[in-house]
Design a protein around this ligand. Structure first.
Ligand code: THU
Length: 136
């Protein structure tokens, strides 16, 4: 398996993870994305006392990418302190899919380094996307 994520992407996700606001789950997550210009955008999970209002690290990173003018995602990396590789939750898979092709790599890392690699299509097969809506 190719588990060679760009070092800078891993570093960005781990750095963002340090700022995670996770007082309820105590499960800190960092995510980093590469956009179509090669820029890296990172995010961490931001929990809330009203639990369902919490944000995943991937969603925060995606917001940073869009706010910076990014339009496409070419790579994703999620980092957490977990023996079992952490992949994006179902909702985040769909959020990422809006801006990423099926062959985009989604790396999972823990504090020891890269632990798994999937493509977005492997994580979200037969997905629904903008094309289904047709021209409008
Ligand atoms: N979480 C993420 O931020 N990303 C993932 O890929 C998995 C889960 C967060 C949500 C919540 O703040 C905490 O991890 C526990 O589920």
């Amino acid at each position: 398996m190719d588990t060679t994520a760009p070092d800078a992407l891993l570093a960005a996700a781990l750095a963002a993870r340090e700022h995670a606001y996770a007082p309820y789950s105590h499960f800190a997550v960092g995510a980093a994305l590469i956009d179509e210009q090669g820029r890296i955008h990172a995010g961490c999970n931001v929990e809330n006392a009203a639990y369902p209002q919490g944000l995943c690290a991937e969603a925060v990173a995606l917001g940073a990418l869009v706010a910076a003018g990014g339009t496409r995602i070419s790579a994703v990396l999620v980092a957490a302190d977990s023996a079992q590789p952490v992949t994006p939750c179902g909702g985040c898979r769909q959020k990422l899919r809006e801006f990423a092709a099926g062959d985009v790599p989604v790396w999972s890392a823990n504090l020891q380094g890269i632990a798994a690699r999937h493509t977005l299509a492997e994580l979200l097969p037969a997905s629904f996307g903008p094309d289904h809506l047709g021209p409008r």
